[in-house]
Design a protein around this ligand. Structure first.
Ligand code: PRT
Ligand code: ZN
Length: 222
């Protein structure tokens, strides 16, 4: 399937917060997604495209490599990827209006925080080390970034780090862990991304049609 030069490949999250919205958007855009036996890919009946269901963290890699021409991913995941790459070959082609959240630095409720300088010499646990490092550099702060792949909100209690930087939507998780947000580092929503790798002419044409369909759906939601 991957060598097919005529069919577009669209990467979306397999299962998680963006999955249903991503499928819903493509359906609203008129794509008839087949319910196949294969749960890693699905054919689209009425458009020469195949969907690939993957971990969200892999979506920027696939699109940058051109394995998938399009993808739907959180801007937070995209930004972390592009900051870590010498030559990311991805462009954002639409903001999708779902999956909204913010990457925030949080501290124990009773900790004193008087701006970024309060991070100086400290430790920050996060799953987004590149974004956090950029924030520190921009503010000329020296601090240690501790990469964690999950359960970041436990870091202060475990004395792994005094601060965390994690995604927040309602704030309930921070509150449940005795933490409070002190700094917003990045605001995010799901985005439609496209590869910058050269595409076969047939795919450029199909990609243009796909984007018009999606823009049509987004226009009705504005
Ligand atoms: O398996 P896979 O790797 O694909 O999924 P994942 O577990 O890495 O990601 P998933 O499904 O949790 O999130 C996918 C995307 O949804 C994220 O990259 C964000 O772009 C977006 N999103 C929106 C969120 C949230 N809101 C969110 N609240 N992602 C995670 N959270 C988590 C946050 O990490 C924290 O643990 O929810 C908790 C905080 O929520 P509140 O409501 O308590 O503040
Ligand atoms: Zn993930």
């Amino acid at each position: 399937m991957l060598v097919d030069e005529t069919r577009l490949h669209i990467a979306i999250q397999k299962s998680g917060r963006l999955s249903d919205y991503s499928r819903g958007l493509l359906r609203d855009a008129g794509l008839r997604i087949q319910n196949g036996k294969n749960d890693l890919t699905a054919r689209v009946d009425n458009v020469p495209a195949d969907l690939m269901f993957v971990r969200d963290d892999d979506i920027p890699t696939f699109v940058s490599d051109g394995v998938c021409e399009f993808g739907i991913v959180g801007e937070n995941v995209l930004r972390e990827f592009t900051l870590g790459e010498a030559e990311p070959r991805i462009e954002i082609v639409a903001q999708l209006g779902f999956g909204r959240c913010a990457l925030k630095i949080a501290a124990p409720e009773n900790a004193i925080y008087e701006g970024p300088q309060s991070l100086q010499g400290g430790r920050i646990a996060t799953s987004y080390p590149c974004i956090v490092q950029r924030f520190l550099d921009d503010n000329r702060i020296q601090a240690t970034v501790v990469k964690m792949n999950g359960a970041v909100e436990l870091a202060p209690r475990l004395q792994i780090a005094g601060f965390i930087c994690d995604l927040v939507s309602t704030g309930a998780t921070l509150e449940a862990n005795g933490l409070r947000a002190v700094e917003t580092v990045f605001e995010s929503e799901a985005v439609l991304i496209r590869t910058r790798k050269p595409m076969a002419p047939a795919k450029i044409d199909q990609g243009g049609k796909l984007m018009s369909r999606i823009e049509g759906v987004l226009a009705t939601k504005e």
